[in-house]
Design a protein around this ligand. Structure first.
Ligand code: CA
Length: 222
């Protein structure tokens, strides 16, 4: 999953960037409202963490502008002011949730997971595909009950496929949602990660869950 952070407090933006990457998310950062608006409209993000008080273009203007232009990406607003008016106008303008600064990183993570889940058909924090179980809050993956250790990147790819189970995802879609703006889209890195996942998830089991659809991409099928 790919997250855009629009935050002008560089230190906070960098902490969030690092923390979210460690959780396996692909992260883009805009340090001002103008870049934030451009990236929110042009990059295929799965979620936007948007500060309200921003130089050049205010967060509320970004929010109303992208909603008017049809961008439906979930938006989590960050507000420094614990003001009821801010929250009400933020939610009225199309934000999906808000968090008042200062906040705990764990709380941000929990809300991000909830918003990403809300946008998929998955309603619980556990996804089951045949005998494969993903626990989205702990990132634990088990097959027939045995724990399968995965790297953050491997988990992110598996989770994305799981959230869209039984639907083919192209290499481009996977790359766009799992890597940030600075990543070279032509790389075959997705194939490399799929092979690693196959070795860990499928090789010891008769039922193969990771399916290659020729000319189209990959899917996780139960
Ligand atoms: Ca700010």
């Amino acid at each position: 999953m790919r997250i855009l952070i629009v935050e002008d407090e560089k230190r906070l933006a960098d902490i969030l960037h690092k923390g979210l990457e460690e959780e396996g998310y692909a992260v883009d950062v805009a340090y001002n409202g103008e870049d934030g608006l451009f990236m929110a409209q042009n990059e295929p993000s799965d979620l936007i963490v948007l500060d309200i008080m921003l130089p050049i273009v205010d967060g509320m203007i970004i929010l109303t502008t992208i909603r008017k232009s049809g961008v439906k990406t979930p938006v989590l607003l960050l507000t420094a002011r614990d003001s009821v008016m801010d929250k009400v106008s933020g939610l009225d303008s199309g934000a999906d949730d808000y968090l008042t600064k200062p906040f705990l990183f764990e709380e941000l993570l929990a809300r991000i997971r909830a918003l990403l889940r809300r946008n998929s058909e998955i309603r619980t924090s556990t996804i089951e595909i045949a005998d494969l179980v993903l626990a989205m809050d702990t990132h634990e993956v088990r097959r027939q009950g045995s724990l399968i250790p995965l790297s953050a990147r491997e988990y992110a790819l598996l989770e994305f496929l799981a959230l869209h189970k039984n639907k083919v995802q192209s290499r481009t879609e996977l790359t766009e949602h799992l890597y940030d703006y600075h990543f070279d889209l032509d790389s075959n890195v997705i194939d490399v990660f799929i092979n690693r996942l196959r070795n860990k998830i499928d090789s010891d089991f008769e039922q193969k869950l990771i399916v290659t659809v020729r000319g189209a991409g990959y899917m996780l099928k139960d």
